[in-house]
Design a protein around this ligand. Structure first.
Ligand code: HDD
Length: 756
């Protein structure tokens, strides 16, 4: 098919269970034969090496490639061997003295296999443990070339990247759609070395100084006694901390907004959070904040939906990312910068740029696009890549420098330090996923897990034995030279600047920028979270913080908690809203959105086929939901179902379409009742699982469509056919057309109960 999007959505649909086509998205790998019911008995051709495990080899000071051939490292052959390469003839039975006799200690294979298994787990990340990642490419526009000499930001440079998205609080096995901040970490393998942009989907942080990081994380992680709750902030220790430590107010408010429950990693913004310093070729400097803007728009789940998904499909975000990439529907983000003059005060329009609890509204400093990120390849090995990737805010390239943000300073220490525990030593940069694509000529030697075979004899400087190599370079040869920023004369203190003391005006701006329905969601989130706290004092103190953001917010949450609303303790800030902060009101591409087509045994299957094709044509993904798995109907019109009433739940779909029965006069698919109404109109309605699916979709503000005869199911589910965003049309394609228009706005916002 000519249209890649159409091809993409068709591939997603085809790869789903129930369809015959095998999925084989790994480039460079031959398609696997279709699995047969019998166990294969003969070896097949070896698999070629996985592409991600053939990174550039570490170079010695004398410039020769070292170590084993990377192509041989990954498991690729037909025959099982020991770790030493000896072929094995049995891996299912321990070596014994007779079939019923004792197992012999001399069984090396047994000991090696179990020893290795015993050590398969490595410590998970202390934060951001649960993540999903993808490879891609960054294409620069060149628009930043006037403010930075970074080579990868020059015009039309393509740089390979690896991006890892994550939640913060949960452990590796926790669920994806918890209310939390999301990590958005990007590794750029530039020709000048690795640049890591280690950001989040929220532009501000809980703390202004890294020394508080252990405090905020200890408060957010599960209670130390029972280790509950997992992966969320709805508990006493979190609210105890953030209500006492009011600099966390802004970040907490973002978490309680729809930003805390993204619809998809593909539909989140990313932020570098700190202010960075760009350095141009002429040495001039500019302060900047980095933004990632998703091409599909910024969209969220609603809270009940997020909670249901946590049970129904805890891998919702990870699956969504991998499926989209496998299908060729590559997610894209534009990288942008807000620029500010590098003045000694480091403020912009009165906003302290060194305070990471601040944003600069886009209306004051527009985000200027500087390049396009496309994620186009799934990892071949989750552990080798997603788990072992090591990001670090200190991985910088010439042209990008740091500021004195005290939160950033502590991070510069933490990210190196943590890898020693997590990845078992100082040689983690040699892991294939972490290897720079620029040649490495360091003088770092030995240590645990050293895999390079260095050839030079003089890993020290100055030397004459290796011909003086490696030499240091000047800026002209591309060396990283720190910007000679003046450090003000000062006295050593443990203090924050006075400007860091305003904890409420920025949260108030965020609140005022929200639409009524977004405010309603925020009120609901605080009411839920604080309602989960046991300590009365914690709830009351949290309400005091809310009073300083906005009295209406405080009152509504207090009402939900059954508590009195306190008065503000600081004057309410007089701030202008920033419309760019609201997620509602625009229209966005519907690419890759999932349409559930609910069909009954007597549905008009010809029409189901037509609608399925129309969904694909529109670049979206059709999932047919039938009473059982397998095939619905028979003969030429038979339809493969991707979900059954048992496996489907509304949360999987962005919109639902009810398949009506064939038109009157067409008796092909079933009986009619005494009045001549086709029974299919009643069948799905009679099924409580279909009714639940519809009522949930309705409650979650999703577009719902039905074509002739489907109204009965709507009525049974209590969904008024004339409600906003409910479409009943004469034919499937006509209903789909209207759903598509509704989906462009993401949800049917009018359906949410707003007081304003
Ligand atoms: Fe951090 C991981 C983002 C503050 C210490 N952080 C980590 C990851 C992201 C962030 C996205 C996961 C990277 C991956 O996918 O491997 N962290 C942030 C942002 C911050 C921030 C946007 C504030 C603006 N972090 C922060 C502070 C400290 C840390 C203040 C310590 C003082 N972060 C870590 C860490 C982690 C980490 C412990 C855990 C695993 C890792 O680094 O490699 O070092």
């Amino acid at each position: 098919e000519a249209n890649p999007l159409k091809r993409a959505s068709r591939k997603i649909a085809d790869a789903l269970p129930g369809d015959a086509a095998p999925s084989d998205g790994i480039p460079g790998r031959p398609a696997l034969e279709e699995p047969s019911l019998e166990e294969p008995v003969a070896p097949r051709e070896p698999l070629p090496p996985k592409p991600d495990q053939t990174g550039p080899a570490t170079m010695s000071p004398t410039g020769r490639a070292t170590g084993a051939d990377q192509a041989d490292v990954a498991q690729a052959g037909s025959y099982l061997t020991t770790a030493q390469g000896a072929r094995l003839h049995d891996t299912d039975h321990s070596l014994k003295a007779g079939p019923r006799g004792p197992v012999l200690l001399q069984d090396h294979h047994l000991r090696e296999k179990v020893m290795h298994f015993d050590h398969e787990r490595i410590p998970e990340r202390v934060v951001h443990a649960r993540g999903a990642a993808a490879h891609g490419v960054f294409q620069s526009y060149g628009t930043a070339a006037s403010v930075t000499k970074a080579a990868f930001l020059a015009k039309d440079v393509e740089t390979p990247v690896f991006v890892r998205f994550s939640t913060v609080l949960g452990s590796r096995g926790s669920a994806d759609t918890v209310r939390d901040t999301r990590g958005f970490a990007t590794k750029f393998y530039t020709q000048e070395g690795v640049f890591d942009l280690v950001g989040n989907n929220i532009p501000v942080f809980f703390i202004q100084d890294a020394i508080k990081f252990p405090d905020v994380i200890h408060a957010g992680k599960p209670h130390p006694d029972r280790e509950i709750p997992q992966a969320q902030s709805a508990h006493d220790t979190f609210w105890d901390f953030v209500s006492l430590h009011t600099e966390a107010t802004h970040h907490t408010l973002w978490n309680m907004s729809d930003r805390g429950i993204p619809r998809s990693y593909r539909m989140m913004e990313g932020f570098g959070v700190h202010t960075f310093r760009l350095v141009a070729a002429d040495g001039s400097t500019t302060l900047v904040k980095f933004h990632w803007k998703p091409k599909l728009g910024v969209h969220s789940l609603v809270w009940e939906e997020a909670q249901i998904i946590n049970g129904v499909d805890p891998d919702f975000h990870r699956r969504d990312l991998a499926d989209a990439i496998e299908a060729g529907a590559y997610p894209q983000w534009e990288l942008g910068i807000q620029t500010f003059p590098d003045t000694p005060e480091q403020t912009f329009e009165g906003i302290d740029l060194l305070d990471p609890t601040n944003i600069v509204p886009e209306e004051l400093a527009p985000v200027q696009p500087i390049g396009l990120l496309t994620l186009n390849r799934n990892p071949a090995d989750f552990f080798a890549e997603t788990e072992q990737v090591a990001f670090h805010v200190g991985h910088l390239v010439p042209g990008i420098d740091i500021t004195d943000d005290p939160l950033l300073a502590g991070r510069l220490f933490s990210y190196l330090d943590t890898q020693i525990t997590r990845l078992g030593g100082p040689n983690f940069p040699q892991l294939p996923i972490n290897r720079p694509h620029a040649p490495v000529n360091d003088m770092l030697r030995d240590g645990m897990h050293q895999t390079a075979v260095h050839r030079g004899v003089a890993p020290y400087r100055p030397n004459s034995l290796d011909g003086g190599c490696p030499f240091t370079a000047g800026a002209a040869e591309g060396a990283y030279v720190e910007t000679p920023v003046r450090v003000p004369e000062a006295t050593k203190v443990r203090e924050a600047p006075e400007s860091f003391a305003d904890h409420f005006s920025q949260p108030r701006r965020f609140w005022l920028s929200m639409s009524p329905v977004e405010r309603e969601h925020i009120i609901g989130a605080y009411t839920f979270e604080l309602g989960k706290c046991y300590e009365q004092a914690v709830k009351e103190r949290a309400l005091r913080t809310l009073a300083n953001i906005d009295p209406e917010l405080c009152e509504q949450v207090a009402k939900g908690l059954g508590l009195p609303a306190p008065e503000p303790t600081v004057p309410l800030a007089d701030v202008e809203p920033s419309p760019a902060l609201s997620q509602i009101g625009g229209t966005w591409p519907v690419d890759g959105r999932i349409i559930g087509i609910v069909a009954g045994p007597d549905s008009d299957l010809e029409a189901v086929h037509a609608v399925r094709d129309a969904v694909l044509e529109a670049g979206m993904v059709p999932l047919v939901v039938g009473p059982t798995g397998g095939v619905l109907g028979s003969g030429g019109n038979a339809v493969m179902t991707q979900r059954s009433y048992v496996t489907a739940r509304s949360v999987e779909f962005d919109a639902v379409l009810l398949a009506g029965p064939p038109a009157v006069g067409d008796d092909a698919y079933g009986a009619r009742d005494a009045k001549g109404v086709p029974s299919a109109a009643l069948r799905p309605a009679a099924d409580p699982r279909v009714a639940l699916l519809l009522s949930e979709a309705f409650r979650h503000g999703k577009a719902i469509g039905a074509w002739a005869g489907g109204e009965a199911a709507l009525a049974a589910a209590g969904v008024p056919a004339d409600a906003p965003g409910v479409v009943v049309a004469g034919s499937g394609p006509a209903a789909l057309e209207q759903l598509r228009a509704l989906l462009a706005g993401h949800r049917v916002w009018e359906r949410f109960d707003t007081r304003n």
